[in-house]
Each structure stands twice: as structure tokens, then as C-alpha cells.
Write a protein that binds this ligand. Sequence first.
Ligand SMILES: C[S@@+](CC[C@H](N)C(=O)[O-])C[C@H]1O[C@@H](n2cnc3c(N)ncnc32)[C@H](O)[C@@H]1O
Length: 304
Amino acid sequence: MKFSHRPVMIEEVASGLKVKNPSVYIDLTSGGGGHAERIIADNPGIRAVLMDRDGDAVEFLKDKFKDNSNVTVVRSGFSDLDKVLFLLKIKSADIIFADLGVSSFQFDTPSRGFSVSQDGPFDMRMDRDASMTALDLVKQSSEGELRNILSEYAQERESGRIARVLKKCAEDGMTTTLQFANEIRKAKRFGKAGLDPSTQVFMALRMAVNDEIGQLEKMLAKAFVALAPEGVMGVITFHSTEDRAVKRFFRDRRDSLPFYSESDKGRPYIYGRVDVDEMVQPSDGEISENPRSRSAKLRVLRKH
Ligand SMILES: C[S@@+](CC[C@H](N)C(=O)[O-])C[C@H]1O[C@@H](n2cnc3c(N)ncnc32)[C@H](O)[C@@H]1O
């Protein structure tokens, strides 16, 4: 299988995630394994757990790292991090990394249903064993629920009209990405120059189909509990709602606010000293070479 994904901010990630003598690294969103390859190369002999919820990514990763016996590839949503670590008998990790969102492979494979420009089923599931596709979401949600999804995840000004259009498309028996994207394009009156009018709508539906914010909030808590003393945790976001969640979570840990994680039996969890680095964004050079990196933000937290 050809799996193309260009890892963003690779140098910034490599330098941000440096720790002394790490033994365990967990990549929560391994995708094409670009970041993982670099972190493993920088830390020879490190035990690496590479997770992804996409079966295609997992097959690719198993093949890519087949000669490294220190690497374990696991198909799982990252909100189940605690269960994965329990099964692998790993108590804590020194480096934990997540690069959120969708890979270029997912975007550029029409049959996965993420693309606004190539036709495929209106699907958008990262985990193809999950039960709800984008089409199911549109059919099963009320117009009001769709409007809320569009307002919350895409700050869509025309959320009411677009929600109506989505319902009408489903009622008329439309089932493909281009059918939906074309109707959205026709309906939108306002938009950003240079951006396909259906892009933001697709992004909002994708976030809902994959429960991206719900997964993120559970993962942050579990990852922080699993992080070893002196360990480092980095998260790359591509969306303001995600970035806010990460920023707030890191700030609260730095300020020693307690929180309650399922993975710590619901006890209030407080860790002593925590440092949070300045947020980092891609350089202009990287953005011009890889426009998909433009909204990326890297946040890094360290336990003492
Ligand atoms: C931006 S790509 C990561 C690319 C990767 N860093 C690389 O170097 O190739 C995001 C990946 O995260 C996966 N993903 C997104 N949400 C996830 C979740 N909740 N649990 C596990 N994997 C997830 C997607 O399937 C996708 O493969």
C-alpha cells in the first residue's frame, strides 16, 4: 500500500520532545510513521508503542517497522490509552506524542470519503469498523443538531441554511462526497477567498463523525497520568477548538489544578512541578512547501 503523509514540524517535534535516557515512547496517532521514525532514530533502542485507529495506517506501520523488535503497533483509539498500556504491561512512558486530525493518505484516498474534490462514499470514518459514517450522521441528526455541529466546529455563519441543505441531500438519496460538496457550494453565500466553500463543512462533520474533541479530552487526562516523571508530552493540533482544549489542559496542569481521570480510578490527580513550553508553529518555508501544515500548533508539557 502506498501511504503518503508528510510529517509537520519534524525538527520542532524532535527538539521539543528530547528527554534524558527515555525508555518508552508512545505515538498516539502514528499515521505514516514519519514522526515516529525520527523519534526512534534519535533515541536508539527505545521501546515504542505506535497507535492509530485507522486499520490501513496500522497495516502500513507494521510493515514499515517490521525489522524493529522494540516497536509494537496497536490499532486503537487514543482515548483507550490506559487499556493499551495495561495489556502491554507498560506502567509509564517518557515521551508521549499526538499529531491530531487526518493524514494526507486519508484525505487523498477517495474511498475514505474525506475529500471535497474527489468522489467517494460520504463516509469520513477514521476507524472503518466504527458504526457511523457522515451519511449516517446527517440522516440520524435533526436539522438543529447539524446546525450546532457546524456552528461549534466550523464557526459556520450559514449553519442553518447548510444544515437544511445537508438534510435535503440525504432525503434526495445522495450518498457521495461530490454530491454533498456540490450542493454546499451552491448554497453558500459567504466564504473565504481561496477556500472551497465545502471544506469547513466537511471538517465539522468529520470532527463529529469521529468524536474528535471527546477523544482528545479523554486522551489528555490519560496521557498525563501515564507520563513518567521527567517525561515530555507533545500535541500538534490543526483546529482552534482542539488547540483550546490542549492549551487549557496544559495550563491547568502547570497551575497544579487537580483533575479526575478514569485511568487513575477516579481519584483526584495532581502532579508536582510541570512546565509548559511556548506554542510553536511551522516556519513560512514549511508552510509554502506543505500548505497543509499552515494551521498546525505544537504544544509541549514536561513533568519534573
Ligand atoms: C496527522 S496524522 C498523523 C501523522 C503522523 N504523525 C506521521 O508522521 O505520519 C493523524 C493520524 O491520527 C489518527 N487518529 C486520529 N484520531 C485518532 C484517535 N482518536 N485515536 C487514534 N488515532 C487517531 C488518524 O487515523 C491519522 O492516521
